[in-house]
Design a protein around this ligand. Structure first.
Ligand SMILES: [Zn+2]
Length: 197
């Protein structure tokens, strides 16, 4: 039987997506071999993770300080908002250098299969931003999946009363495509070729 703390470590590693029991065990044994300094450093990092990496209360992006560079209207085009499902997608889009507007992170998408609903508060925040900045275009950059489609339709309906152009990325890719899996050039093309929705 493994020592208690080793079992605990394996338990936490196994919670990561895509990590099975065997891999978790392998990772745990690797971690044990780290130097004392590295483990201390890692421990401190984990301890302050939630304190040092926070969500911007406006757009939802992960930020280090209280100032969000993605919400600064001096740096960004304040007439456009791009809706994404996670900060990772913001990162992917920023890399393509095709977009310089605001972002709005949803975090949860509608899932008819899992019975997940949209966070109403989040949509209220989105509507307020559209009003406050007289936004002219809302670009939906959600995955081409059942969840992405259901959520896109929902947002479109919610914004019907607003004088805003709603567009969605032109994937030209099969159903089930996640932003994570397309390369920068394809993503950039999908962005430039976005269509009214
Ligand atoms: Zn922000």
């Amino acid at each position: 039987m493994y020592p208690k703390d080793l079992l605990k470590l394996i338990h936490y590693l196994k919670k990561l997506s895509g990590v099975g029991a065997k891999t978790a065990e392998r990772f745990a044994f690797e971690l044990i071999k780290y130097s004392d300094f590295e483990l201390d450093d890692l421990g401190d990092l984990f301890k302050d993770l939630k304190k040092n990496i926070v969500h911007c209360s406006v757009c939802g992006c992960l930020i280090a300080e209280n100032i969000c560079k993605f919400c600064d209207s001096n740096l960004r085009d304040s007439k456009k908002i791009c809706i994404v499902s996670s900060f990772r997608d913001v990162f992917l889009l920023e890399k393509t250098k095709t977009y310089n507007g605001f972002y709005h992170i949803l975090e949860t998408l509608i899932s008819p299969i899992e019975g997940k609903e949209i966070d109403e508060e989040n949509i209220i925040r989105l509507k307020k931003r559209i009003e406050n900045f007289s936004i002219s275009e809302v670009i939906i950059a959600l995955d081409s999946t059942i969840e992405g489609d259901a959520t896109s339709l929902y947002i479109k309906e919610e914004l019907l009363d607003y004088k805003v152009n709603v567009s969605r990325l032109a994937f030209g890719l099969p159903m089930g495509t996640s932003l994570d899996y397309i390369d920068g050039v394809t993503l950039s093309q999908a962005f430039v070729g976005r269509q009214s929705f």
